[in-house]
Design a protein around this ligand. Structure first.
Ligand SMILES: NC(=O)c1ccc[n+]([C@@H]2O[C@H](COP(=O)([O-])OP(=O)(O)OC[C@H]3O[C@@H](n4cnc5c(N)ncnc54)[C@H](OP(=O)(O)O)[C@@H]3O)[C@@H](O)[C@H]2O)c1
Length: 244
């Protein structure tokens, strides 16, 4: 029986893939990944992993995926990484000016960055609740810090990350009473070389643009170093606290 299971959601993110590759090297650790595009996980190195494909991130799809995860009663999930993030796509660009703010873009960004992770948390808590310590990492960003916002812009992305931070703070208060084994971590990976940051890497000094492998290694260590304490923590890639 394997008693340590890592669950990675939004597993097609570049950082998620690096987390998955490092996780499968661990002994006695089972990996479960959930994503809309499972092609990366069809390689034989993931033969012992459970790969769950979802069509979309509607709550009904999330609920079905959680039921699939919960079918195997031998697993006990001790860490969860919720990796969703939307900054830009063909039509969405982070706003430089107030006049660029669009209700439709904001709704899409908020859905991907805030509502979707929150629906995972809501549906997973009944499964994660128990005796074994479980750390749940939700990918946020330093730009979601309200007190750190000195340069403005990126209205929708900033607000979606500030909102997920607030939701995690509230959830931690509730879980400290009702699911004391769960620790919530809101994580800022630093600027990492992935499709999400690609158009914005020009002015980033070389030593400040991280590889996904580096960030994944840092994050796994941070998760291991942080105890379950009934609080939500907002941490960067060094494990340092970011002011909310
Ligand atoms: N890269 C950076 O420099 C940087 C900096 C600060 C914070 N972050 C945060 O780190 C996290 C991971 O980023 P990454 O750079 O690894 O991103 P990435 O490679 O672009 O991956 C995108 C991720 O977001 C999910 N996603 C994309 N569109 C979505 C939508 N409309 N609804 C729900 N999920 C959607 C994808 O899910 P599927 O697996 O289903 O495709 C995938 O998990 C994000 O939260 C991002 O905001 C990144």
């Amino acid at each position: 029986m394997t008693n340590q299971t890592t669950l990675i959601i939004g597993a097609n993110s570049a950082i998620a893939k690096a987390l998955a590759l490092q996780t499968i090297k661990e002994d006695n650790t089972q990996l479960i990944v959930v994503t809309r595009d499972i092609s990366f996980y069809q390689h034989e190195q993931f033969n012992h992993s459970k790969v769950i494909s979802v069509e979309d991130y509607q709550e009904s799809s999330i609920n079905t995926a959680v039921q699939t995860i919960n079918e195997d009663k031998t697993i006990s999930i001790n860490q969860v990484f919720i990796c969703h993030g939307l900054l830009h796509n063909d039509v969405i660009h982070p706003e430089k000016r107030l006049q660029e703010f669009s209700a439709d873009s904001f709704t899409q960004v908020l859905t991907a960055n805030t509502i979707t992770p929150m629906l995972w948390l809501k549906n997973l808590v009944p499964v994660l609740k128990g005796k074994q310590a479980c750390k749940v990492v939700v990918f946020s960003a330093r730009v979601g810090s309200i007190s750190d916002n000195k340069i403005g812009g990126w209205y929708s992305y900033r607000a979606s990350k500030a909102a997920i931070n607030m939701l995690l703070k509230s959830a931690a208060v509730e879980l400290s009473r009702s699911a004391k084994n769960i620790k919530l971590i809101s994580f800022h990976p630093g600027t990492t070389d992935t499709p999400l940051s690609k158009p914005f890497q020009k002015n980033v000094p070389e030593n400040k643009l991280f590889t996904s492998e580096f960030v994944a290694k840092q994050l796994l260590q941070i998760v291991s170093d942080n105890d379950v304490d009934g609080e939500a923590s907002f941490l960067d890639w060094q494990g340092k606290t970011i002011p909310w």
